[in-house]
Design a protein around this ligand. Structure first.
Ligand code: PMP
Length: 432
């Protein structure tokens, strides 16, 4: 009899994996709270929320029941020309959490697509008014997803090298992670805006995720947005990672004085249970698509747009997120992270320890600098797995992005393993 892993290796092609050299995938047969459980009952504490999607723990019974009930009621219906209760309810409830200016909800099914839709909305907003603006501005280290538009919007990542020649040109500014780069970013942004060719500025608010968990302040983002608005340029907040409590507030944009015109979200939208995504926009943008001219409509839609089961999961996840206990857990994680940061901030093996809300990132002081393909990455990944903890380093950067149900004790276990890894790195550096 073949094992699950052997059967997998005959037929499956995994994401972001060099299949020739990668270790075989770990079989997971069950999920329970913050744990992923293997075939032989081995338990892994999911400290990265399974690629940043999980909010309330795995196989949550409340969400599961709501999904089941929805499946028995209406599993799917075409969303062009039709509507249904869960889609409307998610839209109404989400708007109560979003910055005031957001007024319309457009559904899709993954983060990359939510961003692509935002880009298309912004570009067509000007096109519909007869204005030819063709340039997008984004950060150097940005990551916005996997489809061609999202790859183009992302920074110059090694993963996208094969497609460079096919990607539309995006004007870049530095991520404003320190005073010098902030001044540079503001200067370069203004220079781009002065050309009159820019239709939108796209950004991950407060944290550039896959680019290495690079963090910056709401005050700086306010300055960048305000500058764009002075030139009548739209601002698109990619909240695919930051949405639904990760930064300590429901959305990172809730910490801003200025407001984005368009927002993209996915991952935590369904609490990590089903693929669903949303792009929201202001009434001003929506209005620019209203016309007697049919060609001014937004011609975008997917087979599973606004899938009712996904929407039911989103409603259940919102119920849980709005609970006082969840909000208290978020604030407890924020405090725990802050104390841990203070404890390790001056460790000689670390170059950077940063925290925004429930996300804490540690950059190891490797000579190569930050790189996704840093050798340390694999070493750390397996170091933690052996200790029953799932942390997936981005090169020499490790981060904790936990489901909110992770208890104080479980989080302490993760910190302890990280401290052990610091010890391991320091010792091996001395012996090298
Ligand atoms: N935007 C950001 C900020 C992301 O972090 C990601 C995924 N890591 C995406 C977009 C793409 O989302 P998805 O993987 O759901 O397509």
């Amino acid at each position: 009899m073949s094992t699950l892993t052997q059967r997998d290796q005959r037929v499956i092609w995994h994401p972001y994996t060099q299949e020739k050299t990668a270790a075989p995938p770990l079989p997971i047969v069950r999920g329970e709270g913050p744990y992923l459980i293997g075939e032989n009952e081995e338990r892994y504490l999911d400290a990265v929320s399974s690629w940043w999607v999980n909010l309330h723990g795995h196989s949550h019974p409340y969400i599961a029941e709501k999904i089941y009930a929805q499946l028995l009621t209406l599993e799917h219906v075409i969303f062009a020309g039709f509507t249904h209760p869960p889609a409307v309810e998610v839209a109404e409830r989400l708007l109560t959490h979003l910055p005031d200016q957001q007024a319309r909800i457009f559904y899709s099914d993954n983060g990359s697509t939510a961003v692509e839709i935002g880009i298309k909305m912004a570009r067509q907003y000007f096109y519909n008014q007869g204005k030819r603006r063709s340039k997008l501005v984004a950060f150097n280290e940005a990551f916005h997803g996997e489809t061609f538009g999202a790859m183009a919007a992302s920074g110059d990542h090694d993963f996208n090298r094969a497609f460079h020649d096919d990607l539309f040109e995006v004007w870049r500014i530095p991520a404003p992670v320190d005073e010098q780069r902030t001044q540079e970013a503001l200067k370069q942004l203004e220079h781009h805006l002065q050309t009159g060719e820019v239709y939108a500025f796209l950004f991950e608010p407060l944290i550039l995720g896959a680019g290495g968990m690079l963090m910056y302040t709401p005050e700086v983002l306010d300055q960048l947005i305000s500058l764009c608005h002075r030139y009548d340029v739209l601002c698109i907040a990619d909240e695919v990672m930051t949405g639904f409590g990760r930064t300590g507030t429901t959305f990172a944009s809730n910490q801003l004085q200025e407001q984005p015109d368009i927002m993209a979200m996915s991952k935590g939208l369904t609490g990590g249970t089903l693929p669903l995504a949303i792009t929201t926009c202001s009434e001003k943008i929506f209005s620019a698509f209203l016309s007697e001219d049919k060609l001014k409509a937004f011609f975008h839609g997917h087979s599973y747009t606004a899938n009712p089961v996904g929407c039911a999961a989103a409603l259940a996840s919102l119920d849980l997120l709005e609970r006082e206990t969840t909000q208290a857990n978020i604030q407890r994680i924020v405090k725990q992270h802050a104390a841990f940061r203070t404890k390790i901030i001056s460790h000689p093996a670390l170059r950077r320890v940063q925290q925004t809300g429930t996300i804490i990132a540690l950059e190891f002081a490797t000579p190569e600098g930050t790189s996704y393909f840093n050798d340390l990455r694999d070493k750390l990944y397996y170091f933690f797995l052996e200790r029953g903890i799932l942390l997936r380093p981005l090169g020499n950067v490790i981060y904790i992005l936990p489901p909110y149900c992770m208890t104080e004790t479980q989080l302490k276990e993760v910190y302890l393993a990280i401290e052990e890894s610091l010890q391991m790195i320091s010792t091996s550096a001395i012996s090298a």
